[in-house]
Design a protein around this ligand. Structure first.
Ligand SMILES: [Zn+2]
Ligand SMILES: [Zn+2]
Length: 247
């Protein structure tokens, strides 16, 4: 007699309990005390932290000549953006697992890395984390907003509340598929605020998985600024590794 669906589900659960957990990225067995993680310590060590020297505002390596062009078009209220690691092959696989692998739990591993970022928060402002939203269609396909998961895990680590103050007003093409020049136009005016009254006196920290050109953060901050926010910062897990994409 074939096993009933219920008993086979139970045996799968039992198997997961008894089998040692494997690292999502390299397949190595996770240490027993880290068995709830999805990424092993070695893979985390392979993520290269973004470190100075950088543009104090956007956290990108400064150009050899002239002023930084990455943050030149940002609204004044967006004061500072930092990322945890460079988005090279190892970090990219983790982001892919989060976005396309149907593995929302990996957000916790990414948030652990992002939590080491320090932002120059002004004294006297309570900080609120604001995830960059997905359009409704992408949210339906994916089933979750990876930036909201990151924000929740990061909020628990930092002790800041999360408030979903932004919505997408239209679907936008994936930024990675576009030329640098069309990225700004792609996200311009793509965000609006909701329930932002009473929150704009806080320091608002935008949370996103990846910093590609900074255009998305700029557009999201512009919507918050229009609603009255004056102190906006941003944190992402990964940062695109091509420093001269704007040329
Ligand atoms: Zn690994
Ligand atoms: Zn800059």
């Amino acid at each position: 007699m074939p096993p009933s669906p219920r008993s086979s589900a139970a045996s799968v659960a039992l198997e997961q309990l008894l089998l040692p957990a494997e690292c999502l990225l390299c397949g190595a067995l996770l240490p027993f005390d880290r068995s709830r993680d999805l990424v092993c310590p070695l893979c985390r060590q392979r993520w290269r932290p973004v470190v100075p020297p950088w543009c104090e505002r956007c956290g990108h390596p400064e150009p050899l000549f002239g002023r930084c062009r990455v943050c030149a078009d940002w609204p004044p209220a967006l004061r500072c953006a930092r990322s945890a690691v460079w988005l090279d092959a190892a970090a990219r696989r983790a982001v892919h697992a989060l976005k396309y692998g149907g593995l929302p739990r990996v957000a916790d591993d990414l948030a652990a890395a992002a939590a080491r970022v320090t932002l120059p928060l002004p004294d006297g402002h309570a900080a609120v984390l604001v995830p960059v939203p997905l359009g409704p269609r992408r949210l339906r396909t994916r089933g979750y907003n990876q930036s909201a998961l990151l924000a929740r895990s990061l909020g628990a680590r930092w002790g800041h509340p999360v408030a979903e103050l932004l919505v997408r007003t239209r679907e936008t093409a994936a930024q990675t598929a576009l030329t640098p020049a069309s990225r700004l136009a792609n996200v311009a005016g793509a965000f609006a605020t909701r329930n932002a009254e009473g929150r704009t006196g806080n320091a608002l920290i935008l949370v996103d998985d990846v910093f590609t050109t900074g255009a998305t953060l700029g557009a999201a901050a512009r919507a918050l600024e229009s609603a009255g926010a004056r102190c906006i910062m941003a944190v992402t897990f990964g940062r695109a590794t091509i420093p001269d994409f704007i040329s």
